[in-house]
Design a binder for this molecule. Structure first.
Ligand code: GLU
Length: 271
């Protein structure tokens, strides 16, 4: 089955069918096995990363995964995923949910289902101070991003002459920027802000006020897995109502944190 699915993943035409075939009932399966497996990032500060002292996964995305497993009454296991691997891993059944700064796009929604939006940001650029005033200053330049992200896709559209270099993750791209090998790094402002906040040489860099897309994050669920999707959405709404989302947001992105951001409220979309 796995070989068939991997082959199928290469074909956009059959990938949907493959996902459906493996969808199953995550809610029941997780309860039976006593474990839920979350696909998370290990290199995105404040969303999903490894705490240096405890060596545990921590971050805003991680806390949402913990809350969902907690309400389900099962153990939570983490599996590191990349931009490129997260959707295939979900479809193949290697993880049960994606909690990894995953933007809800109509292309991706053909392959997987998305929970309600729990975070909203937009794609921007990280550059050396004073080098970029408008989008035209970035045209034709070497720009780093993560392979398989919406950032990669959007920047190619916004700057057709730019040399877009895909890295395994954004921290690697940031290192290349530091070494002068790139002119800019591009991804969600939320991720750029957190990387910049952690940089010891942050005064060298800035995020110019140029936004090329909107990036609303949802949790990724296997297509057609309706019971689990409802469970996740209800959990998100309950967390908002009880003040848990506010508490988590304040913890990671509140005014007293290293990378304060604008709060997103979890709201059920109008039908
Ligand atoms: N949110 C965007 C995406 O889903 C970019 C950030 C990321 O790499 O996760 O592709």
């Amino acid at each position: 089955m796995k070989t068939i699915c991997i082959t199928a993943l290469l074909s956009v035409m059959v990938v949907g069918m493959c996902g459906t075939a493996l969808a199953g009932d995550t809610l029941e399966n997780a309860k039976k096995k006593g474990v839920l497996i979350a696909g998370v990032s290990d290199s995105k500060p404040f969303f999903g990363y490894i705490d240096e002292k405890t060596h545990e996964f921590v971050g805003y995305d991680i806390d949402f995964a913990r809350a969902i497993a907690g309400r389900l009454g099962v153990k939570l296991e983490f599996k590191s995923v990349t931009e490129e691997s997260r959707i295939p891993e979900l479809i193949l059944g290697n993880i049960d949910i994606i909690a990894a700064t995953l933007t809800n796009t109509s292309e991706r929604a053909k392959l997987i289902d998305f929970s309600y939006i729990y975070f909203i940001t937009g794609q921007k650029f990280l550059t050396e101070k004073g080098t970029v005033k408008n989008l035209a200053d970035l045209e034709g330049k070497r720009i780093g991003t993560a392979r398989g992200s919406t950032s990669e896709h959007n920047v190619k559209k916004a700057l057709p002459k730019a040399i877009v270099l895909p890295f395994n993750d954004y921290l690697q791209a940031f290192s290349a920027l530091r070494q002068g090998k790139l002119f800019a790094v591009t991804t969600d402002e939320s991720i750029l802000l957190t990387m910049l906040a952690q940089a010891t040489d942050k005064e060298r860099f800035e995020i110019p006020a140029i936004q090329i897309s909107g990036e609303p994050y949802g949790l990724g669920i296997r297509k057609g897995d309706k019971k689990f999707l409802d469970f996740v959405n209800n959990t998100l709404l309950e967390m908002e109502k009880s003040g848990e989302v506010k508490r988590l947001f304040e913890k990671w992105f509140g005014p007293h944190t290293a990378a304060p951001m604008e709060r997103t409220f979890v709201i059920a979309p109008e039908k």
